[in-house]
Design a protein around this ligand. Sequence first.
Ligand code: UT7
Length: 339
Amino acid sequence: MPQQRPVRRAKITALGTYVPPRLLTNADLEKMVETTDTWILERTGIRERHIVEKGVATSDLALKAAQAALAERGLAPTDIQAIIVGTVTPDMFFPSTACLLQDKLGAKGAWGFDVSAACSGFVYSLQIGAQLVQSGAHDRVLVVGADVMSSIIDYTDRATCVIFGDGAGAVLLEPCTPEEEQQGLGLLDFIHEVDGSGGCALNMPAGGSLNPATHQTVEAKMHYVHQDGQAVFKYAVRKMAESSERILERNGFTGADVNCFLPHQANKRIINATADRLKMPADRIIINIDRYGNTTAGTIPLAMHTAREQGRLKKGDLCLLAAVGAGFTVGATLLRWAC
Ligand code: UT7
């Protein structure tokens, strides 16, 4: 069933992104683990990723992305009423990254919180933010997807260290005008799902209440990302396509109607398999995994940035966002670009 008719529809009014300047190329990784540029490129589509210098945290990346979004809209930090940060690499367990960002940004008067949904963190946060606007609770909500994956990656494990990068993106949500609603602009629909039975396929096993940090957990490398790559791959291919098909169908669209497909960037082969199943022409698919790797909650706003950079995202475009991540978490969003 489609969502209930909102009181008023939310739209994205500005986008800002940030990746740290330091590059980690496939050639660099060839010197660190037993891998090759050819293997990485063929199996994932990644050429390089950006990683932070020591001492730079998720809130620092989120701050730069948020400032860029505010500058684009010409708003002050104090104009923001709520901040939602999708991340699995918070600066610390608590306070939340949203609290740290609120302070660094100077968003006095705003409230906020983090959303832990791994690679679906941005789309989950987007729906929560949209509903704060739709309900009339707020007029300006900042939604951020940001991760410093390099802080939880074992750079001796070739199965994971070649995949991930650091990055952040932020969007500002505001209400559509009645005219914009009539034109069908804004955030149209969301489908979200979790399947906790897949929890062990991708996780960071220690550091929480189950396995608090000890010398043993550190020695056993339990504070790093552990992944059953093939299990995640198969689930991602199936669920990215299924959730995308469902959200298109229930809104009366097909893959051919989508102007801009903004998928989570986990693996080029997952993206292409999803697009094939949706019978989506190649010119609609945004792929930037070659430049950034998998930045977890950062990938979709970074894909929006790439789409704009390449002149492939214009006002009125029907956009499909799709993500699958640790949890498992699944998310699809349908929107008409409104700025
Ligand atoms: O965003 C969150 C969700 N994460 C994902 O969506 C990731 C999903 N999974 C994947 O993208 C892929 O499964 C990987 C990229 C992680 C791995 O690719 P794969 O094609 O599934 O490789 P595999 O794990 O089946 O490994 C194939 C071979 C193995 O060697 P043997 O056993 O065949 O001799 C691996 O040891 O490739 C080997 N291998 C590597 N070789 C060179 C694994 N990693 C590497 C590497 N360089 N970096």
